[in-house]
Design a protein around this ligand. Structure first.
Ligand SMILES: NC(=O)c1ccc[n+]([C@@H]2O[C@H](COP(=O)([O-])OP(=O)(O)OC[C@H]3O[C@@H](n4cnc5c(N)ncnc54)[C@H](OP(=O)(O)O)[C@@H]3O)[C@@H](O)[C@H]2O)c1
Length: 323
């Protein structure tokens, strides 16, 4: 079968198409014929060798897929032909992959199989960061960075649906337009204006009650300045390439909180806290209240191009690879 390999850490062009044996499912596993693999920013950080505890080359990247059950291991109560979506430990960028049968998710009603590959990582992250971790309440104001991105475009829709006022940042006017269409109330082109000043304007000097920060670097510390007293910030990524270093003086004098979020660790340690979001998410996706924004689809062999596209900040919504 065709699979994409990271033979050594490096830039996007290290991603190479290889031939690998079709994997066999072990006990408790299914083999999936992959219809689409989701690309996540973590795949890029791992490929660069900058991901805490990430895989060592050579490896096949990819942590979420949608596809059709093709074979089942012992003890699995699934039928070949069932369409499902799943997080996978690795090796999603391939024609076939194996997944733990206990982690398979049903595809929300009315959603296409390819589109479903855009659901697990970014939507669970967005929902968890807003609600279970961030404690968002109706009437609060939330600042969402990279509002047109994968997690961002999900978070904008979910926060809007939850009755929050949504302030979002993006690097271009086109991306702000995407986020406005999804329910963002105030857009900030942070490359042109100071986002902290703009937050102050739109909140009458009060600041926002919640920040979702997947950027890190100086955005983290600056975001603390945009938080209201007793506000919360969920730190869930470092797309800037640098971890954030929050100033504790800002925290203590403002009674503010910074909360860390990692999907993989949380699923391993407290799966119900993460997966508790699934029924609501599936319902909202099935009835069309919210929708996965598939921004771009690339052929599997174009994985290098797809990674570069995301790193160059050209993407909005979800980016998929189709074998
Ligand atoms: N903790 C978890 O479990 C978890 C789960 C999912 C995702 N994440 C993290 O969440 C963040 C977003 O992930 P995603 O997959 O949805 O990606 P994404 O938002 O679709 O893409 C990243 C966006 O970050 C912004 N950005 C700012 N500085 C950047 C830089 N130096 N290089 C590239 N992009 C930059 C860009 O938006 P603008 O052009 O608008 O600035 C870019 O489009 C990432 O940090 C990711 O690792 C964490």
């Amino acid at each position: 079968m065709r699979a994409i390999e990271v033979p050594a850490y490096g830039d996007a062009d290290v991603l190479t198409t290889t031939e690998r044996p079709v994997p066999e499912p072990d006990e408790g596993e299914v083999r999936l014929e992959v219809r689409a693999a989701g690309i996540n920013f973590a795949d890029i950080m791992q490929r660069r060798g900058h991901y805490h505890g990430g895989p060592e080359p050579p490896y096949v990247p990819g942590m979420e897929v949608a596809g059709v059950v093709d074979a089942v291991g012992d003890g699995v109560n699934r039928e070949p032909g069932e369409a499902v979506v799943s997080l996978v430990e690795a090796a999603g960028y391939a024609e076939y992959t194996v997944a733990d049968a206990r982690g398979l998710l049903e595809i929300p009603e009315g959603m296409g199989v390819e589109e479903a590959a855009g659901f697990p990582v970014q939507w669970l992250t967005a929902h968890n960061c807003l609600h279970e971790w961030g404690g968002l309440e109706a009437g609060e104001t939330v600042l969402i960075h990279a509002a047109a991105g994968g997690v961002g475009s999900a978070a904008v829709q979910l926060a809007d649906e939850a009755g929050a006022t949504v302030v979002g940042t993006a690097s271009t006017e086109a991306k702000l337009e995407v986020a406005r269409d999804l329910g963002m109330d105030h857009g900030i082109r942070y490359t042109e204006v100071d986002f902290v000043d703009r937050v102050e304007d739109v909140t009458d000097g009060e600041g926002v009650e919640l920040v979702l920060d997947g950027i890190g670097g100086e955005t983290t510390d600056r975001s603390l300045q945009a938080l209201s007293s007793f506000g919360r910030m969920v730190s869930y990524g470092a797309a800037s390439g640098e971890p954030g270093r929050p100033n504790t003086a800002d925290l203590l004098f403002g009674n503010k909180r910074v909360i860390g979020y990692h999907l993989g660790r949380a699923i391993a340690e407290e799966p119900m806290r993460v997966m508790g979001a699934v029924p609501e998410l599936s319902g909202l996706l099935a009835d069309g209240t919210v929708a996965v924004q598939v921004g771009h689809t690339f052929d599997l062999e174009a994985a290098a191009e797809a990674h570069a596209f995301i790193e160059d900040r050209k993407s909005s919504g979800k980016v998929l690879l189709v074998p």
